[in-house]
Structures are given as structure tokens and as C-alpha cells.
Write a protein that binds this ligand. Structure first.
Ligand SMILES: *[C@@H]1O[C@H](CO)[C@@H](O)[C@H](O)[C@H]1NC(C)=O
Ligand SMILES: *[C@@H]1O[C@H](CO)[C@@H](O)[C@H](O)[C@H]1NC(C)=O
Ligand SMILES: *[C@@H]1O[C@H](CO)[C@@H](O)[C@H](O)[C@H]1NC(C)=O
Ligand SMILES: *[C@@H]1O[C@H](CO)[C@@H](O)[C@H](O)[C@H]1NC(C)=O
Ligand SMILES: *[C@@H]1O[C@H](CO)[C@@H](O)[C@H](O)[C@H]1NC(C)=O
Ligand SMILES: *[C@@H]1O[C@H](CO)[C@@H](O)[C@H](O)[C@H]1NC(C)=O
Ligand SMILES: *[C@@H]1O[C@H](CO)[C@@H](O)[C@H](O)[C@H]1NC(C)=O
Ligand SMILES: *[C@@H]1O[C@H](CO)[C@@H](O)[C@H](O)[C@H]1NC(C)=O
Length: 544
């Protein structure tokens, strides 16, 4: 026999070796067993070397006392969406290596403390999305090694004061999506190792002053989606290591000034979706490590000059969806690291030219959905990295005052994506896209003391050439703007004077060719009435 053929035969033999017996309705892998059939009981013949067993959508309702006693090497037992309703005393007894126990998506509403006795190795315990309404005080009594406890998505309304007493090694506690309305002040006091606490989406309306008083190791605290309206002055005062604090979607109306003053390690804070009206100066004076701060969807009307002082590491600031009408010139002065600034959906009517002057790292700026009609000269002078600018939803006034923004957009137009800024006025430019205009269209009415014409001739020799007669001056807005139906001739007048005339003629569109001397009349209308304008052009012999 050839050596190659012999090898092949040997490996076939290996494959054909009779598999370890696997219970009906289960699949057995090296050390894992998955059971997902209509099993009526826990199978008695689970392979003895199994370390992990997972039941998915099985039909049995009961785990008897020491049900897994013949599999002492099990370290992980999981029930997902099963019909479990009853547990015998010491149901998971005899599993000295059990580290991870999960019962998720069943419909039991109560548990007795003796079910989980002697789980001395258990490190992770998950009881998510059941229908638990209450927990007995001694439930975790025999779980001294527990590091991670998940009780998300149950119907818990209250918790016994001493429930977590034995869990001094706990690092993660998830109580999100329950119906907790109140917390006993001492509840979390034993949890001196806790790093992450989730209380999101409960019904908490307030917090006892000392509830987090012993959580000196906490790094992450979720309080979002509750009904908290006020926070006690010192509620966070012992959280020296806290890095992330989520307070979004509550009904907080005001924040006492020292509330964040112990949080020197805080990097992310969300206050989105509350009812804050003012942001006092000094609120963030002791949180210099903040990197992300969201205050969107509040009712902020003003923001104090020093509100963001010292936030020299802040990278993202979200102030959108408020009613801010004014921003102090120096408000962003200390934010040299700021990359993203969201100011959309506010009531801003004007911005100070120095508002963004220290923000040399700014890449994204949203000014959308405000009341801005123009932006001041030089406003983006220091923002070398700005490439994402949202301008839509503002009543841009496309006149001479918009020239800075227009030129800035022209210069960076390759980098800027999708500038949906439309002119709200003057009437004849309404609806035009700002970056698509020609600079000579951005004109202002002349004033009484400076009446003069600047005539711009475009290249007369090209087909379809046109010429513009435009007058530029910074001046008060006109009261009446007359125009012909096509919008090619516009005359702006106030009560006493007509101050501005704009004529666009295109020889190919039926207007007379204006090569040299010419004269033309138009009937113009406005809401004030109608009038007739005659323009005569006289060609000069030479000169520009
Ligand atoms: C359980 O694990 C130990 C140590 O890992 C091993 O010696 C023993 O054979 C295992 N028991 C079974 C039934 O597989
Ligand atoms: C809940 O209580 C009922 C009645 O006391 C009991 O029959 C049932 O086994 C308990 N369920 C659990 C999961 O402990
Ligand atoms: C708890 O487990 C230990 C070691 O596995 C065992 O010796 C002891 O008898 C158990 N106690 C109870 C009450 O089950
Ligand atoms: C930040 O946390 C470290 C431990 O991670 C701690 O030593 C330090 O005091 C904390 N800083 C402040 C300002 O609280
Ligand atoms: C800002 O971030 C840098 C780099 O992550 C860090 O070295 C510095 O200490 C931080 N500044 C403050 C005030 O925390
Ligand atoms: C903000 O603007 C909205 C829409 O323009 C207006 O209804 C509201 O009254 C303004 N609020 C304030 C405080 O100015
Ligand atoms: C920010 O700008 C102000 C005014 O120009 C300047 O005095 C200050 O030094 C700048 N701050 C930083 C941190 O760059
Ligand atoms: C335009 O009119 C001026 C004065 O009315 C006249 O001197 C000049 O020759 C005219 N030019 C042309 C090209 O008709």
C-alpha cells in the first residue's frame, strides 16, 4: 500500500469514530452542549466533560434540586426564552465551577432565596427580561465571588435595603428597564468595587442624597430615561473616579452649581433631553477632562459667558434643539480641542465675528435651522480644519453682507459636502442655492448719502453674454421692491428714495442687444404699486 493512501485511510477512521453520546434534542461540541428542542425535562445524559450548556426555547418548566449534579465541571449554564417557572431549592447546587448563570426571557415573577444557595464560584449572574416583580433580601447571600449582575428588563418596583449586602466584589450592576421609582439610600453602600451602574429607563423621580456615597470605584453611571427633576447637591460628591455620566431624557429643570464639582475624572456627560433653562457659569469648572458634552433638546435660552471655561479637552459639544438666541463672544474661548460643535435648531439671529476664533481643530459645525441671515466677515478665519458645515434652514439674505460666507464657500467648496443654504431674500434670489450664485449678485441698496453705480460688464463677446448693472452699498433694507415678472429687473425703494437697481439682460433671451448705445423701458410691480423704469446706456469711446 502506498504511504499516502494509508494516511488517508487513517484520517477517515478518525472521522468515523463514534461520537460521544449526545442527548436527544441537543447538539454537542467539544465541551459545549446546545439544547433547543421540545425537551420536556433537563436531559439526564449530558456528556460528563461538558463545561457549557445552553437551552434555547425549550419547553420544560422546572429545574429540580441539584439538577446538574452529575456534571460537576459545568462552568456556564444558560436558559434563553424558555418556559422555566419553577426551581427547586439549591437548583444549581453541586456545581463548584459554575461561573456564569443566565436565565433570560422566561416569565416567572418571583424567586425564593434558597434556589441559588452555595454558588460560591459564580462571577456572572444574568436574569434579564423575565417578569420579576420583587427579589427576596437573601437572594445573593451565597454568591461572594459575583462580579457582574444583570437584572435588566424586569418589573421590579422596589428593592430590599440589604439586597446587595454580600456583593462586595461586584463590578457591574444592570437594573435598567425596570419600574423602580425609589431607591433605599443604603442599597448600593456595600458595592465598594462597583465600576458600572445602570439605572436607565426606570421611574426614578429623585435620588437620596447619599445613594452613591460609597461608590468610590464607579466609572460609569446611567440614570437616563427616568423622571428625575432635581438632583441633590451632593449626590455625586464621592464619585471621584466617575468617567461617564448619563442623565439624558429626564426632566431636570436646574442644576445646583457644585453638582459636578467632585467629578475630576469625568470625560462624557449627557444632559440631552431635559428641561434646563440656564447653564450657570462655573458648572463645569471642576471637570477639565470632559471630552464629550451634550446639552441638546433642553430649553436653554442663554448660556453664560464662562459656562464652558476650562474645558480644554472638550472634543464634542452639542447645544442643538434649544432656544438659544445669543452666544457671548468668548463662550468657546477655551475649547482648543473642539472638533465638533452642534448649534443647530436654535434661535440664533447673529454670531459674533470672534465666536469661533480659538477653535483651530474644529472640523464639523452645524448652524442649521436658526434665524441667521448672514455671517460676519472673518468668522471662520481660524478654523483651518473645518470641512463639514451645515447651513440649511436659515433665512440667508443674499446681499453684499453675505460676501464673506459666499467667498469662503467658493474657496472650500471642494471639501464641503452638500451645502444646502438657500437665499430667503431678496425676492428675486429667493430659493437660490448660495454657493451657486455669482458674486456680483450679492448687492445692497444704496443710501441717500452715497448714490453711485458700479457697472459690471461681463465678457460681451461670448454667446449668451449678459451684463449686470449693480449698485453696492451697505444700507438699510428697502421697503418696496419692484420687479418685472421675469425677475430680471429689480428696483428697491424706501418711502422717499429708490436706491437700488439691478438689471440683467441676456441678448439671446429676447432682450435687445446692448452692444453700444441702448435704451429700454420696463413696467415693474410690487406690493406698493407699479412704476415704469427707463434705462439708457451710452457707450463711451474707450476706457474700462
Ligand atoms: C472535570 O475537570 C477535571 C479538571 O479539568 C478533569 O480532570 C475531569 O476529568 C473532568 N471531569 C469530567 C467528568 O470530564
Ligand atoms: C413563585 O411562587 C409560587 C407560589 O409561591 C411558586 O409556586 C413558584 O415556584 C415560585 N416561582 C419561582 C420561580 O420561584
Ligand atoms: C457548598 O459547596 C461546598 C463545596 O462545593 C460543599 O462542601 C458544601 O456542602 C455546600 N453546602 C451546601 C449547603 O450545599
Ligand atoms: C481620578 O481617578 C484616579 C484613579 O483612577 C484618582 O487617583 C484621582 O484622584 C481621580 N482624579 C480626581 C481629580 O478626582
Ligand atoms: C487632556 O487630554 C490629554 C490627552 O488625553 C491628557 O494628557 C491631559 O491630561 C488632559 N487634560 C486634562 C485637563 O485632563
Ligand atoms: C424661537 O424660535 C421659534 C421659531 O422661530 C419661536 O417659535 C420661538 O418663540 C422662539 N423662542 C424664543 C425663546 O425666542
Ligand atoms: C483664545 O482667544 C483669546 C482672544 O483672542 C486669546 O486671548 C486666548 O489666549 C485664546 N485662548 C487660547 C487657549 O488659545
Ligand atoms: C452713442 O451716443 C452718443 C451721444 O448720444 C454718441 O456720441 C455716440 O456716437 C453713440 N455711439 C454709438 C456707437 O452709437
Amino acid at each position: 500500500m502506498l504511504p499516502g493512501a494509508w494516511l488517508c485511510w487513517a484520517s477517515l477512521l478518525l472521522l468515523a469514530r463514534p461520537a460521544q453520546p449526545c442527548p436527544m434534542g441537543c447538539d454537542c461540541f467539544v465541551q459545549e452542549v446546545f439544547c433547543s428542542d421540545d425537551l420536556a425535562t433537563i436531559p439526564p445524559d449530558i456528556p460528563p466533560h461538558a463545561t457549557d450548556i445552553v437551552f434555547v426555547e425549550t419547553l420544560f418548566t422546572m429545574v429540580e434540586t441539584r439538577a446538574f449534579g452529575s456534571n460537576p465541571n459545568l462552568s456556564k449554564v444558560v436558559f434563553l426564552n424558555t418556559q422555566l417557572r419553577h426551581f427547586g431549592p439549591d437548583a444549581f447546587g453541586g456545581l463548584p465551577k459554575l461561573e456564569d448563570l443566565e436565565i433570560t426571557g422566561s416569565s416567572f415573577s418571583n424567586l425564593s432565596a434558597n434556589i441559588f444557595s452555595n454558588l460560591t464560584s459564580l462571577r456572572k449572574f444574568t436574569l434579564n427580561f423575565n417578569m420579576l416583580e420583587a427579589l427576596p433580601e437573601g437572594l445573593f447571600q451565597h454568591m461572594p465571588a459575583l462580579e457582574s449582575l444583570h437584572l435588566q428588563g424586569n418589573w421590579l418596583q422596589a428593592l430590599p435595603r440589604r439586597l446587595f449586602q454580600p456583593l462586595t466584589r461586584l463590578k457591574t450592576l444592570n437594573l435598567a428597564q425596570n419600574l423602580l421609582a425609589q431607591l433605599p439610600e443604603e442599597l448600593f453602600h456595600p458595592l465598594t468595587s462597583l465600576q458600572s451602574l445602570k439605572l436607565s429607563n426606570n421611574a426614578l423621580s429623585g435620588l437620596p442624597q447619599g445613594v452613591f456615597g460609597k461608590l468610590g470605584s464607579l466609572q460609569e453611571l446611567f440614570l437616563d430615561g427616568n423622571k428625575i427633576s432635581e438632583l441633590p447637591l451632593a449626590v455625586f460628591s464621592q464619585l471621584f473616579r466617575l468617567e461617564r455620566l448619563w442623565l439624558q431624557h429626564n426632566v431636570i429643570t436646574h442644576l445646583p452649581l457644585p453638582i459636578f464639582s467632585s467629578l475630576g475624572n469625568l470625560t462624557f456627560l449627557s444632559l440631552q433631553g431635559n428641561m434646563l433653562r440656564v447653564l450657570p457659569a462655573g458648572l463645569f469648572a471642576h471637570t477639565p477632562r470632559l471630552v464629550g458634552l451634550s446639552l441638546s433638546h433642553n430649553q436653554l435660552e442663554t448660556v453664560a459667558e464662562g459656562a464652558f471655561a476650562h474645558l480644554s479637552n472638550l472634543s464634542s459639544l452639542v447645544l442643538s434643539h434649544n432656544t438659544i438666541a445669543h452666544l457671548p463672544a468668548g463662550i468657546f474661548r477655551d475649547l482648543q480641542e473642539l472638533v465638533k460643535l452642534y448649534l443647530g435648531s436654535n434661535n440664533l439671529t447673529a454670531l459674533h465675528p470672534a465666536l469661533f476664533q480659538n477653535l483651530s481643530k474644529l472640523e464639523l459645525l452645524s448652524l442649521s435651522k436658526n434665524q441667521l441671515s448672514t455671517l460676519p466677515e472673518g468668522i471662520f478665519e481660524a478654523n483651518y480644519n473645518l470641512f463639514n458645515l451645515a447651513l440649511h434652514g436659515n433665512p440667508w439674505q443674499c446681499d453684499c453682507h453675505l460676501a464673506y460666507l459666499f467667498n469662503w464657500l467658493q474657496q472650500y467648496t471642494d471639501q464641503l459636502l452638500n451645502i444646502q443654504a438657500y437665499c430667503a431674500g431678496p425676492a428675486y434670489l429667493k430659493g437660490q442655492v448660495v454657493p451657486a450664485l455669482k458674486e456680483e449678485q450679492l448687492v445692497c441698496p444704496v443710501t441717500r448719502d452715497r448714490l453711485g453705480f458700479r457697472v459690471t460688464w461681463l465678457d460681451d463677446r461670448k454667446a449668451g453674454s449678459s451684463w449686470d448693472l449693480a449698485v453696492q452699498e451697505r444700507a438699510a433694507h428697502s421697503q418696496c421692491t419692484y420687479s418685472n415678472p421675469e425677475g430680471t429687473v429689480v428696483l428697491a425703494c424706501d418711502q422717499a428714495w429708490c436706491r437700488w437697481l439691478n438689471v440683467q439682460l441676456s441678448p439671446q433671451q429676447g432682450s435687445p442687444g446692448l452692444r453700444y448705445n441702448a435704451s429700454q423701458e420696463w413696467d415693474l410691480r410690487s406690493s406698493c404699486g407699479s412704476l415704469r423704469v427707463t434705462v439708457s446706456i451710452e457707450a463711451r469711446a474707450a476706457g474700462p
